[in-house]
Design a protein. Structure first.
Length: 181
């Protein structure tokens, strides 16, 4: 790719995204058509591709430290671009299609790391709270069973004592009736 003097648009687009993720800056050149200064990402791309450690840089990329403004730029400009899709890029350059896949993978990783991961942490915290609450509930239910068992014993004693009282009351009434007769 670095040998291309005027690469296809898809290659330029992918390399522009790679340069952005690597924190590179575009060169400012004069546009021959308008005479105004424009960003030339291809010159930066050739320099990046010429780096002998380019692949190692991608392999050791600090994906957990991608600045949000870079990911915002990638998501807004490159991810939705049909010329950025690996299937389309592959028709022009297989190597560049791999770089497009890498960029899209960084996007997906960033989504997972910054959106899903905090939710997993929150879920783990909530599950821990539920476990603690369930442990307390088990303890309270055991205590309730104990109290209910004691209450059942006391209720039985009360019923037995009321039955005795009733029996004694009848006996007293019988004795009292016998004496009065």
């Amino acid at each position: 790719m670095k040998a291309m003097k005027n690469p296809p648009g898809a290659v330029k687009t992918v390399m522009e995204a790679i340069c952005i993720l690597l924190g590179e800056q575009a060169e400012r050149v004069v546009d021959p058509a308008s005479g105004k200064r424009i960003e030339d990402w291809w010159k930066t791309s050739v320099r990046v591709l010429g780096n002998t450690a380019f692949l190692k840089t991608l392999l050791t990329y600090k994906r957990d430290e991608i600045p949000p403004q870079l990911m915002k730029r990638i998501r807004e400009k490159y991810v939705p671009d049909p010329n950025f899709q690996p299937e389309r890029v592959e028709t022009v350059s297989q190597a560049c299609a791999g770089l497009a896949k890498w960029t899209l993978a960084m996007d997906k990783y960033d989504v997972v790391a910054k959106i899903v991961a905090p939710k997993k942490i929150a879920l783990a915290g909530a599950e821990e709270q539920v476990a603690k609450a369930e442990a307390i509930l088990v303890e309270k239910r055991a205590h309730l069973r104990s109290v209910q068992e004691k209450l059942a014993v006391l209720q039985k004693q009360l019923d037995d004592n009321l039955a005795k009282k009733e029996e004694l009351s009848r006996q007293v009434n019988r004795i009292f009736r016998k004496k009065n007769h």
